[in-house]
Design a protein around this ligand. Structure first.
Ligand code: RIB
Length: 306
């Protein structure tokens, strides 16, 4: 589907421990879980897997430690056909995420950054060269490494897609002129001070984020409301697809991978958002993070209520 596209992701690589339960505990409360498991994750690695499953030639830039989880995560990247030559394994401890999922598929995530916070900005940016068509980054590594990589990509006219997770008031002024910047609802509030509750607040928040980042497009991920596009002149809401929600973890990662590839292929932001909505809707219908990323076949055979 996107096999001619050469994509790179600079971002986090985590081992996820996922616990399922009917209801998450209140402070001081104990609850029984229904099951648990370990899975390969991290916003960066999930997006890299999403790109590879959609057929793109994919390179991962990041860091793990030379420990059991780190070795497993690199092996998993290789198994997915992802070039891991820019993943260093000299971190202090591999990143870890504890994810609790309630009976309605809603998650809460605690991330221990470990090696993800130790990526050297110059070393990472040196992996971005003329062999890359599109770069994806998120905010689960340090601000310095994100800024260095995005600016290096912009300087080489590489299409640059910034996923703003997890929520933080990132200094967007340090990287001006990316192609697409894409926060979810909470991330939008962290970056603009406005929760995108309705069309008016979606527009106000998008304007602030565009003003701060000078990105070409601001794409807000609005969960069950789909997504919005602000191009500096027009605001458009791209409606969602209905889906049976099992676990929302990594739905944004699946969305971002499909958005980036379809935009690179067609140059049409609205078609790209629609593709992102499809990939996100597939991800929420499945348990897990990386395991729920949409494949070429999923998108080709896509139908609502999956
Ligand atoms: O976006 C989902 C991801 O967030 C999980 O895989 C977890 O590792 C955290 O980084």
């Amino acid at each position: 589907m996107y096999k001619d596209i050469r994509a790179a992701v600079m971002g986090s690589i985590n081992m996820d421990i996922i616990l399922n339960m009917k209801k998450v505990p209140d402070v001081g409360e104990n609850v029984l879980g229904t099951d648990y498991g370990y899975a390969c994750g991290g916003k960066g690695a999930n997006q890299a897997t999403g790109l590879a499953r959609l057929g793109a030639q994919t390179k991962m830039i990041g860091k793990v430690a030379d420990d059991a989880n780190g070795r497993k995560l690199i092996e998993n990247l290789n198994k997915n056909g992802i070039d891991s030559s820019c993943v260093k394994d000299d971190g202090s401890q591999t990143g870890m995420a504890a994810i609790i999922v309630d009976g309605e598929g809603r998650n809460r995530i605690i991330v221990y950054e470990g090696a993800n916070a130790e990526i050297d900005p110059k070393e990472a940016a040196d992996c971005i060269d003329e062999n890359i068509d599109v770069l994806l980054v998120q905010f689960e590594t340090t601000e310095d490494v994100v800024v260095e990589c995005v600016n290096r990509a912009i300087a080489q006219n590489i299409t640059t897609v910034i996923d703003c997770g997890p929520a933080k008031n990132f200094n967007l002024e340090r990287m001006q002129g990316a192609t697409i910047i894409s926060p979810n609802e909470n991330e939008t509030e962290a970056l603009s001070g406005i929760f995108p509750a309705d069309e008016k607040s979606i527009l106000e928040a998008s304007k602030i984020i565009m003003q701060r980042s000078k990105a070409k497009y601001v794409v807000l991920k609005l969960g069950s409301r789909g997504c919005s596009v602000w191009d500096g002149e027009n605001l458009k809401i791209i409606p969602p697809y209905k889906s049976k929600v099992v676990d929302t973890t990594a739905a944004g990662d699946s969305f971002t991978a499909a958005l980036a590839l379809e935009y690179k292929k067609s140059g049409d932001i609205y078609t790209a958002c629609d593709m992102g909505n499809k990939a996100g809707s597939i991800a929420v219908s499945r348990m897990g993070a990386e395991s729920s990323m949409a494949t070429v076949e999923d998108l080709a055979n896509f139908h609502e209520n999956n």
